[in-house]
Design a binder for this molecule. Structure first.
Ligand SMILES: [Zn+2]
Length: 649
């Protein structure tokens, strides 16, 4: 059975109720301060991959990367270490999520149609109007000739269209595809619906950029909605006149307008990651020098706004050196193609959000609203629940260490027909069990800051209680290929050195004094839900272990969600079924497999409160009926053939 179950490569550490933004750097510092360095050793427990990125390796096809080296030896850049240690430090100290410092939008594609309307600029303001002919007029593609998208047009006697600057009809061609038989005619101008905000327009631009991105992956050039993009730019510059009208599709859901150049489209949500972090307890990146989290205060930040002192950035009081390799010998495995790595799929709300807890039935949810699908076969309309809803983010993302990891499993299997594509890369991996040393310099830090820094480096491994549930050493994940199992690294503190000022022969001298690692208290994590989850996720479990934590994970492969075919696949079918058996199909089937999505399984939580009742953290793979889907594909193909034959006539 376990072969049809899996553990998702990443999971989350739950955010606390409120972020600890309680440090005022403008206040006098009362504590004694420490300056010095920590000497660390790092061992990579699994193969490690930190690519050497050189300018001339940028090409469109399959890329190959060597491990980064200096003077012919592999090393780990200090910046890589710093990023990893900062994010553990953030978790341990209940700090903000500084990596979330962008206004990137969440978005998701839905099948319910939008309504036709117009954006109109009047003075400096934007308004949304209805389209005058509520049901758009269709116009046969063959009657359009060479007319440009968004042209004003009128009909000739024979039904063909001609350019007519004085007409109220605007031709909307939309995205070209060979199945499209007709274009739409929008007609100026119905009732005024609302004033649009700058954020509404910004989200419309994001929709256009998403289409452009997609086309960049497929073919060179930014074709998709280029005309529309240009028209929107003209609208922004316009002061009345014909450039101040632009056809648009819109949806209105729970007080938010979703604009798009197409009828069926992606919705770009009103809530951004930063806003949701703010709503989830103030975990958005710190921006106030009088209310900083421990991580921003120690590691620095460049996000500051609104202070009288005009200080916009705080420097770091910690500095990481590169990690130099101490071992010698044959460092690398031969260059080989890695399995494809997928980027974060934030539209997978079943993994990135908690299931909403509301007293009403619903089918699905997203970053803005909870909804049901309307009954009736042919209707594809969503109805948003009219309930207060603050989407709850799952928290801080961490990758599991694999149990019994074999590096061959990170490579594309040898029997795969096409092993090197432009979607995957080839990598030269550093063999496991190499040892590195590095230093972390700290400057003017409090004892608490130093203590937390030590925990972030070695996860308090020296204080592990072998008889507890948390009996395994905790390790970091460094470099690329984390979902595949690469980059598990154990950090051990070798010495803690503090500079002391003394007076010898009447002169000021610096002395280095060593602090004993054992003199630092044990990190009390047992009663802290977030820390327990962090320690669960960071635990590196030996193959031979069979304790409770190990039992929770052993036997399950750590892999992206997968589907399995309903019957054995013949070798010659493999290529044809590549898409049918791809990872994203798990999400499609988990949402019911149809056009209307109904979210079923969600990512299990790592945490638990009762040692006798530890919930599972694995998910089930889903069976995919490859015969049924093939029939559907064939039917679609036949339809398309029919259509293209019609065009030939
Ligand atoms: Zn912060």
């Amino acid at each position: 059975m376990k072969d049809k179950q899996f553990i998702n490569p990443y999971n989350f550490v739950t955010l606390d109720k409120k972020c600890a933004k309680n440090i005022n750097l403008l206040e006098n510092k009362a504590d004694d301060r420490l300056t010095g360095y920590i000497e660390c050793e790092l061992e990579n427990l699994t193969e490690l991959f930190i690519p050497e990125i050189s300018e001339n390796e940028k090409n469109e096809g399959h890329q190959k990367f060597h491990f980064i080296t200096k003077d012919g030896k592999p090393y780990i850049p200090g910046s890589s270490l710093r990023g990893v240690i900062r994010s553990v430090f953030e978790t341990i100290t209940n700090s903000c999520l500084v990596t979330a410092d962008d206004d990137s939008y969440f978005h998701k594609r839905y099948s319910d149609p939008s309504k036709p309307g117009f954006i109109v600029k009047e003075g400096n303001k934007y308004y949304l109007y209805k389209n005058l002919n509520n049901n758009l007029k269709n116009v046969d593609k063959n009657k359009v000739g060479n007319l440009q998208d968004l042209s004003r047009v009128s009909k000739r006697q024979d039904g063909t269209l001609r350019f007519d600057p004085n007409s109220n009809d605007i031709l909307v061609k939309g995205e070209e595809n060979f199945q499209k038989k007709s274009y739409k005619l929008f007609t100026l101008i119905g009732d005024k619906l609302t004033e649009l905000s700058q954020s509404d327009i910004a989200r419309l631009k994001e929709v256009l950029l998403l289409y452009a991105d997609k086309s960049l992956n497929k073919a060179k050039g930014h074709k998709h909605y280029k005309t529309y993009w240009d028209a929107l730019k003209k609208l922004e510059r316009s002061n009345g006149g014909k450039d101040s009208y632009l056809p648009v599709y819109y949806k209105y859901i729970n007080g938010v307008y979703y604009l798009s150049p197409a009828c069926i489209t992606r919705e770009v949500f009103n809530n951004t990651l930063k806003q949701l972090l703010k709503l989830n307890g103030g975990y958005d990146p710190c921006d106030n020098i009088k209310a900083l989290c421990p991580a921003c205060s120690l590691f620095g930040t460049t996000n500051l706004t609104k202070n009288e002192e005009n200080i916009t950035a705080i420097g770091s009081r910690v500095r990481f050196t590169d990690a130099h390799i101490e071992t010698t010998g044959d460092y690398f495995l031969p260059m080989a193609p890695l399995k494809e790595l997928s980027g974060p799929k934030l539209s997978s709300v079943e993994f990135y959000l908690f299931k909403p807890e509301v007293n009403a039935k619903y089918d699905a949810y997203n970053y803005d609203y909870i909804f049901t699908w309307d009954e009736g076969k042919n209707k594809q309309t969503k109805t948003a629940l009219n309930v207060p809803y603050v989407p709850r983010l799952r928290g801080r993302k961490y990758y599991w260490h694999h149990i019994d990891f074999k590096y061959e499993d990170a490579y594309v299997p040898l029997d795969e027909e096409e092993r090197e594509t432009k979607r995957n890369i080839s990598a030269e991996l550093l063999k496991r069990h190499n040892k590195f040393t590095f230093r972390v310099y700290f400057d003017d830090v409090t004892k608490t800051e130093l203590t937390n820094l030590i925990y972030a480096l070695d996860f308090d491994n020296p204080n592990i209680d072998k008889n507890s549930y948390f009996c395994h050493p905790r390790a970091h994940k460094i470099g690329m290929g984390k979902p595949l199992g690469l980059g598990s690294c154990l950090i051990t503190i070798k010495s803690i050195n503090v500079r002391e000022i003394g007076i010898v022969d009447g002169k000021l001298v610096y002395e280095i004094k060593q602090l004993d690692r054992k003199s630092f208290p044990k990190l009390e994590f047992e009663k802290n839900e977030s820390l327990r989850e962090l320690f669960e996720l960071a635990s590196y479990i030996d193959t031979s272990s069979n304790d409770k934590m190990a039992q929770r994970r052993k036997g399950y492969k750590v892999t992206y969600p997968f589907v399995y075919p309903n019957r054995p696949v013949k070798p010659e079918e493999k290529k044809k079924l590549l898409n049918d058996l791809a990872s994203h199909q798990w999400f499609r089937l988990n949402r019911g497999g149809g056009i209307k999505e109904y979210i079923k399984l969600t990512l299990p939580k790592v945490g638990f409160s009762n040692y006798n009742n530890i919930p599972p953290i694995h998910l089930n793979a889903i069976e995919q009926n490859i015969d049924k889907d093939n029939n559907k594909n064939n039917q679609q193909k036949q339809k398309n053939n029919l259509r293209s034959n019609q065009y030939k006539k």
